[in-house]
Design a protein around this ligand. Structure first.
Ligand SMILES: C[S@@+](CC[C@H](N)C(=O)[O-])C[C@H]1O[C@@H](n2cnc3c(N)ncnc32)[C@H](O)[C@@H]1O
Ligand code: SF4
Length: 409
């Protein structure tokens, strides 16, 4: 999140190495737009986002101009890489709080992407939304502009948990936002967080039950990470709050799986459940399957054909670059074949479809031993392993990160 990898300095021209075009026709192209505004900062969050006093003169209007400039800039860079025109397969507005912008502003950005690149028919087009920032008029404007999906930051339905998280939204507004999104014809995902200090197992059950009663198409549930440098980290360090234990996280994950699947959802990635295949997040699947995406906005990360880069973080530094006609990229790295394969293990093992054991063997020839152990320990499905695919059981999902470490040797 807040930490940027090191990498090498990115060229101000933004031009990509020729290797980024290798195998281009086998990959889809996706757009992520980072909107770096929040009314207040939640105590646990270290995303690249700014409240009004931290913006050093950047306004929402000037930011919008910069974002549109980066879209034109990206068109030029991608055309120089390959003359082949590629439409976007999905578009995702994240933040920060994208819905701090007017609906008409988000619609304008989408229209610009459509005009510059084209967007595939029936593409998934999502915005994240804070419950207090949207109503039916707002969401209908988005739907009319082509948005198909909204991901609502619910986090919890329990007042004391929301207070510890510093969330300012009124929990009743979540139900209102979900109804408004459905009335506008949008698919709905809700985001939950578990493991907040002081959250009991019953609190978590109550949040899950409330989320399920809203009848969304999709639910994400993330364990709370105590990010260094946040207010939450200071509260934990001073002893004011106690960090949740691994056992608490594991118990809550099992409760989530049990309640969400009983309500008719299936997991398709460790932290994500959907009603059916058509409501899985196609945008996130594209990341996990190592496709190409351009991340627009301050601090946004991009990936095209094994070249990864990330933009300067502050919206004022981002503005300076674009106004000067330069790339906003700060640094970049080119992944070699072995780094690409390692990345695939990290991402694909978390998917329900799992990953090919052949691919694992090409990275670590000694992988048979840990796999046999995982089967013996009930972490991976034996039948799938026999047909050459490594897929996680519920027990394996609880320890996915540790399994990846063992597989990479
Ligand atoms: C960065 S927010 C952006 C969308 C919107 N502002 C919101 O809060 O819902 C996206 C998701 O990341 C989650 N998130 C942020 N910091 C986190 C942390 N330290 N641990 C777990 N989830 C976190 C948020 O709760 C939210 O569901
Ligand atoms: S509203 Fe979302 S992005 Fe903004 S500070 Fe809170 S969690 Fe972070």
């Amino acid at each position: 999140m807040a930490q940027m990898p090191d990498g090498e300095l990115a060229p101000r021209s933004g031009l990509l190495p020729a290797s980024a075009a290798d195998g281009l026709s086998q990959r889809t192209l996706h757009a992520y737009l980072h909107i770096p505004f929040c009314r207040v900062r939640c105590g646990y969050c270290d995303y690249n986002t700014y409240t009004s006093t931290e913006l050093r003169g950047v306004t929402q209007n000037s930011f919008l101009d910069n974002l549109l400039t980066e879209i034109s800039f990206s068109k030029n860079v991608l055309q120089q890489l390959s003359p082949q025109n590629r439409e976007f397969s999905t578009v995702f507005f994240g933040g920060g709080t994208p819905t701090q912008l007017a609906a008409e502003q988000l619609a304008l950005v989408l229209e610009t992407l459509r005009n510059e690149f084209g967007i595939e028919e029936n593409a998934e087009i999502t915005t994240e939304a804070n419950p207090d920032t949207v109503d039916e008029r707002y969401l209908t404007t988005l739907a009319e502009a082509g948005f198909t999906r909204v991901s609502i930051g619910m986090q919890s339905s329990v007042a004391s948990v929301l207070k510890t998280l510093d969330r300012t939204h009124n929990p009743e507004n979540v139900a209102k936002a979900v109804s408004a999104a459905k009335a506008a014809g949008l698919q709905v995902s809700v985001d939950l967080i578990y493991g907040t200090p002081g959250e009991s197992l019953d609190d978590w059950r109550e949040s899950l039950a409330t989320a399920i009663d809203l009848e969304p198409n999709h639910i994400s549930a993330y364990s709370l990470i105590v990010e260094p440098g946040t207010k939450l980290a200071r509260q934990v360090r001073s002893g004011q709050l106690s960090a949740p234990s691994d056992d608490d996280h594991a118990d809550k994950y099992e409760i989530a799986e049990q309640m969400i699947s009983a309500a008719g959802f299936d997991w398709y990635e460790v932290c994500n459940w959907s009603k059916d295949e058509s409501t899985m997040s196609q945008h996130n699947l594209a990341y996990w399957r190592s496709n190409d995406w351009w991340g627009y906005g301050p601090g946004a990360h991009s990936h095209i054909g094994g070249t990864r880069w990330w933009n300067v973080k502050h919206p004022s530094a981002y503005a300076e670059r674009l106004v000067a006609g330069e790339s906003p990229a700060l640094a970049r790295e080119n992944l070699d074949e072995s780094e690409k394969a390692t990345e695939r293990v990290l991402l694909e093992l978390r998917l329900r479809e799992g990953m090919s054991i052949e691919l694992l063997k090409s990275i670590n020839p000694l992988v048979a031993k840990p796999i046999s152990q995982f089967i013996a320990d009930g972490m991976v499905n034996a039948a799938d392993a026999i047909r050459g695919q490594l897929t996680l059981t519920l027990k394996g999902r609880l320890l996915a990160d540790a399994l990846v470490r063992d597989l990479l040797g």
